[in-house]
Design a protein around this ligand. Structure first.
Ligand SMILES: Nc1ncnc2c1ncn2[C@@H]1O[C@H](COP(=O)(O)OP(=O)(O)OP(=O)(O)O)[C@@H](O)[C@H]1O
Ligand SMILES: [Mg+2]
Length: 258
């Protein structure tokens, strides 16, 4: 297992958001994490990435315990994420947004940054080239000099994915990347997620409400409901599971697609 969560417990002011969650992601796997609104999916991502500090359990990634690490340390170990609500830097171009995500990998210290040593200039050129490569990979290189927040919404989502890719992750966490996309854009996203895994060898853990997309792209699906894992398996196994059907009753979006 590339990522292994054991007995992860998260509470806020007496409200238990995650109850002893046990969950794993295999190397280079395409896995989805689904569940009704408020199930705890984003909170789980926040526990993995160091944004939340769970009260109990462990999160081991590639041999490292992540639970006490700050978010930038987690990024450096090889986990990148995108956010449910876009978090692009305003006033920055598309290219600058992607380059900003790569500072976790730079070596130049404060001295080099002020005096712009040859080493630092070389490093910046390399970073720029790699950021451009990531933008080419997600298909928006021709928009690199535009202010990121002026792009069409679907393309802003791709900037976030390029920024995540540029950190050279082993695992990418995508939090509802299809939200707000039309059906053509969703098909392109499916292709992009597959290429991230097939061409870059990156494992993907996807949170998504669009069940059609989830069923098409996932090798394994894990279902969370009220902070507990209630099912785990292939798309066919999960969609037939009575516990899953019950969790989604009344949730039109999920129910219709299961
Ligand atoms: N920082 C926080 N403080 C207090 N409660 C929180 C916090 N973060 C999450 N919660 C609570 O945890 C529960 C799960 O929220 P979370 O955002 O993880 O759900 P989700 O599965 O991502 O839902 P959605 O599909 O709507 O995005 C909710 O009841 C939420 O109010
Ligand atoms: Mg969420």
């Amino acid at each position: 297992m590339l990522l292994k969560l054991s007995d992860v417990q998260l509470r806020f002011a007496g409200n238990t958001v995650l109850h002893d969650v046990n969950f794993g992601v295999a190397e280079s796997a395409l896995t989805s994490l689904i569940g009704p609104n408020g199930a705890g999916k984003t909170s789980l991502f926040n526990c993995i990435t160091g944004f939340y500090k769970p009260q109990g359990g462990s999160v081991v990634f590639d041999g490292h315990e992540l639970l006490r690490l700050k978010p930038h340390r987690v990024t450096k170990l090889g986990i990148a994420r995108t956010f449910q609500n876009l978090r692009l830097f305003r006033e920055m171009t598309v290219l600058e947004n992607v380059m900003a995500g790569m500072h976790c990998r730079t070596h130049a210290g404060a001295f080099a940054a002020v005096f712009r040593t040859p080493g630092q200039r070389r490093e910046e050129a390399e970073i720029r080239a790699e950021a451009e490569d990531c933008l080419r990979f997600v298909g928006i290189l021709d928009e690199k000099d535009r202010i990121a927040t002026t792009l069409a919404y679907g393309h802003q989502r791709r900037v976030e994915i390029a920024r995540a890719l540029a950190t050279r992750p082993k695992l990418m966490l995508l939090d509802e990347p299809a939200a707000g996309l039309n059906s053509g854009e969703k098909d392109e996203l499916i292709g992009l997620i597959r290429r991230i895994r097939d061409e870059r060898g990156v494992a993907v853990l996807l949170i998504e409400h669009d069940m059609g997309l989830v069923m098409k792209v996932s090798e394994r699906i894990t279902v969370l409901d009220h902070g507990r894992l209630i099912a785990e398996g292939t798309a066919d196994e999960v969609r037939r599971d009575p516990k899953v059907i019950e969790a989604y009753l009344g949730q039109e979006e999920g129910e219709a697609a299961l």
